[in-house]
Design a protein around this ligand. Structure first.
Ligand code: 5GP
Ligand code: MN
Length: 377
C-alpha cells in the first residue's frame, strides 16, 4: 500500500528548504524515535481522515501544546481533526491559535461523544494511563477508533495500538516534534503548529531551566524559531502573565500558608477552599506556586495541596534528583516524573496534610548526603 495515499498532492512534493537546514539535515532526530513506529504512524495518518486529539485532566501547557500542535499539523495535511480535552484549560494558554476551537468534555458532552464515535484515529497526548482523563476515560477507551499514545511519562499502560512512549523527553511537545521529523513531515509544520509545540516545551522546562540537558532540544528550538515562532511572546503569555488575584493569592500562600519541615528539607503549602474563595480563585491561578519554595537553597522538595470541589489536588516538585514521584505514588495514588509529580487525595485537606507529615521520615533516605541545617533567615 502506498504510504502517501490520502495526502494532498502538495505534501508529496519535496519539503521546502528552511533557512540553512533541509529536511535531510534534521533527520538526526530519527535516532531516538523508533523508525518502524514512525512509519506505522505515518501510514495510519495517510489512510485515515477523522482524528481526535486528547490529553489529561486539568491540562497544562504541554498537554494543550501537544494536542493543538498535532491538530495544526493534521489540518495542514488536509485532515479533519478535533481536540477534545477532559475539562477546561487555564486562561494563560488562551493565546494559542486554535484554543477556542477545542471541545471541553465537561461542557460539550454530546458533541464530544459523536465526534469520538465518528473518528478513525484517537491520538492520546501527555498521559500514561486512562484514569488521567477522569470522566472522559470511558468514552475514549470504549471507542472503536485506532489509538495512538504519544507521551513522556514512565510506565505507560498499553491501551493504544501504536505506543510512542519516551520518558526521557523533556515534554510531550519535544516528542511530537521528533515524531513529526521522523515521519518526514517537518515541511508541514506551520507557524501555529510550531507555536503550540514550543509552548509545551517552554512550560514543561520552565523556559529551559529544568529537564533540558539534552543538546538536541536546542536544535529543536532552532527549527521551531525558523518557522517564525515568537518565543518571547510565549514566555510572557504562558509563564509570566497572571491575574491580579492570582498574584495576591501567591503572596498569601507563601507568607501565611507555607510550612517548612527543616529536618526533612521539605516545604508544604496547603490552600483550603475558603482561602481560594477569598482570592477569587480561577483555574491556573496557582500554576507555578509549587516551584517557589525551591528558591530557598536548602529546601529540596516542595508539596502544594489545593482543596478542589471533589478532592485535594497534590503537586510536588524537587531538585537534586529527589523522587517526589514516589511520594505522590505512595500517598496520593498519582505519579509523574522524578522531580515533578502530582496526585489526588479523596478526604479532607487536614487528613491530606497529616498523611504527608506522618510519612516524611520515609523519604529522608533520598535527601542529598550532606544534610545541611536549613537556615530560615
Ligand atoms: P502538576 O503538579 O503540574 O499538576 O503535575 C506535575 C506532573 O505530575 C505532570 O507530569 C503530571 O502529568 C503528573 N501528575 C499530576 N497529577 C497527577 C495525578 O493525579 N496522577 C498522576 N499519575 N500523575 C499526575
Ligand atoms: Mn508533559
Amino acid at each position: 500500500m502506498c504510504p502517501d495515499k490520502g495526502f494532498p498532492a502538495k505534501q508529496q512534493r519535496e519539503c521546502p528548504r528552511i533557512g540553512k537546514g533541509t529536511l535531510t539535515q534534521i533527520q538526526f532526530m530519527d535516532k531516538l524515535i523508533d523508525s518502524e513506529k514512525a512509519k506505522e504512524l505515518r501510514l495510519l495518518i495517510s489512510e485515515s481522515q477523522r482524528f481526535v486529539l486528547t490529553c489529561h485532566v486539568r491540562p497544562d501547557g504541554d498537554a494543550i501544546g501537544s494536542t493543538l500542535g498535532l491538530w495544526h499539523l493534521l489540518r495542514s495535511l488536509g485532515k479533519e481533526a478535533t481536540v477534545i480535552i477532559p475539562d477546561k484549560a487555564p486562561y494563560t494558554l488562551a493565546f494559542l491559535p486554535g484554543f477556542k476551537e477545542m471541545a471541553v468534555y465537561t461542557c460539550h458532552k454530546e458533541y464530544c461523544e459523536s465526534t469520538v464515535e465518528a473518528s478513525d484515529v484517537i491520538i492520546c497526548c501527555d498521559f500514561n494511563t486512562p484514569s488521567r482523563q477522569d470522566s472522559l476515560a470511558p468514552l475514549i477507551q470504549g471507542a472503536h477508533s485506532r489509538k495512538v499514545l504519544i507521551d513522556h511519562h514512565q510506565e505507560p499502560d498499553s491501551f493504544a495500538d501504536i505506543m510512542l512512549s519516551y520518558p526521557d523527553m523533556s515534554s510531550t511537545c519535544e516528542l511530537c516534534f521528533r515524531i513529526i521529523a521522523a515521519m518526514g513531515l517537518y515541511g508541514d509544520v506551520t507557524k501555529d503548529c510550531a507555536t503550540a509545540l514550543l509552548t509545551g516545551i517552554i512550560t514543561d522546562t520552565r523556559n529551559f531551566t529544568v529537564n533540558c540537558k539534552h543538546p538536541d532540544l536546542y536544535e529543536i528550538l532552532m527549527h521551531l524559531l525558523e518557522k517564525g515562532v515568537d518565543k518571547e511572546m510565549i514566555v510572557r503569555e504562558a509563564l509570566n502573565t497572571r491575574s491580579y488575584w492570582s498574584l495576591k493569592l501567591e503572596a498569601f500562600a507563601i507568607s501565611e500558608r507555607m510550612k517548612v519541615f527543616q529536618q526533612h528539607r521539605c516545604s508544604l503549602i496547603a490552600l483550603s477552599k475558603e482561602d481560594l474563595d477569598k482570592f477569587h480563585y480561577d483555574r491556573g491561578d496557582t500554576e507555578g506556586l509549587v516551584n517557589r519554595p525551591l528558591e530557598v537553597k536548602d529546601i529540596v522538595y516542595s508539596i502544594f495541596m489545593r482543596e478542589d470541589s471533589d478532592c485535594v489536588k497534590v503537586s510536588a516538585r524537587s531538585k537534586d534528583g529527589f523522587p517526589v514521584s514516589e511520594i505522590c505514588k505512595d500517598l496520593y495514588g498519582g505519579g509523574g516524573h522524578l522531580q515533578a509529580a502530582g496526585g489526588e487525595y479523596y478526604g479532607t485537606l487536614e487528613d491530606c496534610k497529616n498523611l504527608l507529615v506522618e510519612n516524611l521520615n520515609n523519604y529522608d533516605k533520598y535527601l542529598p548526603k550532606e544534610n545541611k541545617k536549613l537556615q530560615k533567615t
